[in-house]
Design a protein around this ligand. Structure first.
Ligand SMILES: Cc1cc2nc3c(=O)[nH]c(=O)nc-3n(C[C@H](O)[C@H](O)[C@H](O)COP(=O)(O)OP(=O)(O)OC[C@H]3O[C@@H](n4cnc5c(N)ncnc54)[C@H](O)[C@@H]3O)c2cc1C
Length: 476
């Protein structure tokens, strides 16, 4: 790491300036303010709350909630396949909920920053020198501010292949989903990553004929293989077609839609084509070279374990530093970086990070997969609980949900939890807590769970795993 520039006798405008008000920037700002520092957050017009609140996490999850509610999907087990809350679902129905939540969340962020005396400066910031930033807010005069410490929290934007002509109507990226003028009858989703599959499942639930194209043979490879199979089964049931191991050569636009041409010669017609081909760090406008820094070819900034860049007083956090690029981890990175920058270092982020995927149905896991444990030659047993065998599962009408517990046959410790089905993203935290405290399967087996709940699936899976371990022990 480079040597800090000591500027004796110079008083900066701010102790800490943060570029970007997404989850990582917000948390960094509030943490620094709580430590008594004079803090400013610089943010572009109309983007308070970052991608997270304006175009990413919050709109997509609100949209999902609207889709699940209005389609009545979760009630069809009880009331029949034809059940709908609303027959003709329009984009206005979907946007109403999304916009309501986005507006509220922007208010929450603004209020949190104000309450903590964080200065919110509107405009796009770039480095003039390592301690000076120029802020342009679209007016003729630029503002200059100086900072002792700078935290870059500028996030990412969708990556767009140069060969594809995006028009924000027919050929769109994930940002364009929120501007669609109608629910398309058919859609091609290019890229079966988390964002692509989440949107594929939402539109399939709305009745759109979705085709997913992915150049790899498998999708979401970091997940439990059975969970991916279960998801594919559910999505096929909603008429999703998967074209795995296929690459897109070009997309041709017509008045009524577009034709996606694959390397294999296949042509797929659809009203809308959504590209979900990864994301690019937002660093071009930062003029990093003026601060002695540079980004890689995907716009990402390299940092060390304290989120310090190659220039000691400049930190980078959130999606702009790359994996895992989640709101959840970004927030914690911001907090850890701010504490370090303010001379009050705190513990590093735990390795035990849950992953949540808000497909319909949802998925979540924490810890290791069967594949990882097998590869590492760690002996384990699997305990399974199916929602359809739980009273709560029956009450909810969730017949497909499943929770898998991976348990060490040597130490009885819980090594991984994999959930597919209703409330997976909430339930996973029970497993995370047990694992975080180095807990064994016995805690889950002996504990009393509210009845009827989905949480009870932990007990059922724990009993299943321990029965299997007992059988093994009885024979050996
Ligand atoms: C469709 C979608 C769904 C997602 N779903 C989930 C989910 O379910 N769960 C989850 O945990 N994560 C999810 N994510 C990821 C999550 O949104 C990001 O991890 C998170 O927003 C990253 O936060 P951040 O603070 O790094 O940056 P961002 O939220 O990207 O914010 C960066 C901010 O910096 C500002 N900025 C950029 N350059 C400048 C500059 N030069 N000057 C001033 N301001 C600047 C931008 O305007 C922006 O507001 C999703 C993302 C997408 C796209």
């Amino acid at each position: 790491m480079g040597r800090p520039r000591v500027r004796i006798g110079y008083v900066n405008d701010f102790d800490v300036v943060i570029l970007g008000s997404g989850p990582s920037g917000q948390r960094a700002a509030i943490a620094a303010a709580k430590l008594g520092k004079k803090v400013a957050v610089v943010e572009r017009r109309g983007m308070v709350g970052g991608v997270c609140i304006n175009t990413g996490t919050i709109p997509s999850k609100s949209l999902r909630e609207a889709v699940v509610y209005l389609t009545g999907m979760n009630q069809r087990e009880m009331y029949g396949a034809a059940y709908r809350v609303k027959e003709d679902i329009t984009v206005e129905d979907l946007h109403a909920r999304t916009q309501h939540v986005v507006n509220r969340q922007v208010d929450v962020v603004r209020s949190q920053l104000t309450r903590n005396h964080v200065h919110l400066i509107q405009g796009t910031g770039h480095f003039v020198d390592p301690h000076t930033l120029e802020i342009n807010d679209g007016t003729a005069t630029a503002r200059h501010i100086t900072a002792e410490k700078v935290i870059l929290a500028t996030g990412t934007r969708p990556a767009r292949p140069s060969t594809v002509e995006f028009d924000n109507r027919t050929i769109i990226d994930s940002d364009g989903i929120l501007q669609l003028e109608g629910v398309p009858r058919s859609m091609v989703v290019v890229g079966a990553g988390v964002i692509g599959i989440e949107y594929a499942s939402m539109f399939a639930a709305l009745g759109t004929r979705v085709t997913v194209i992915e150049k790899r043979e498998n999708m979401l490879e970091f997940l439990d293989k059975e969970v991916v199979e279960a998801l594919k089964y559910q999505l096929r049931d909603l008429a999703v077609t998967f074209r795995m191991g296929e690459s897109v050569v070009s997309v041709e636009k017509y008045d009524q839609g577009a034709v996606t041409i694959l390397e294999s010669g296949k042509k797929i017609a659809a009203e809308t084509v959504m590209y979900s081909a990864g994301r690019q760090g937002v660093t071009e406008a930062l003029e990093l070279e003026n601060a002695g820094l540079k980004a890689d070819d995907r716009g990402r900034i390299e940092v060390d374990e304290n989120y310090q860049t190659a220039v000691d007083h400049i930190y980078a956090v959130g999606d702009v530093i790359g994996f895992p690029a989640l709101a959840a981890t970004s927030m914690e990175q911001g907090r850890v970086a701010a504490h370090h920058a303010c001379g009050d270092p705190i513990h590093q982020m735990s390795d035990l990070q849950p992953i949540g995927i808000y497909t319909i149905p949802e998925i979540s896991y924490v810890g290791k997969t069967e594949h990882e444990l097998t590869k590492a030659k760690v002996p384990f047993e699997v305990g399974i609980s199916r929602y359809r065998e739980l009273a709560r599962g029956q009450i909810l009408g969730d017949s497909y949900g499943v929770l898998k517990l991976l348990v060490s046959t040597e130490t009885r410790k819980v090594l991984g939890v994999h959930i597919f089905g209703t409330q997976a993203t909430e339930l996973v935290h029970i497993g995370q807590a047990v694992m975080g405290c180095d807990g064994t399967v016995d805690y889950l087996m002996d504990g009393v769970f509210n009845y009827p709940t989905l949480a009870e699936s932990y007990k059922v899976a724990a009993l299943d795993a321990t029965n299997k371990i007992r059988q093994l022990e009885a024979l050996t």
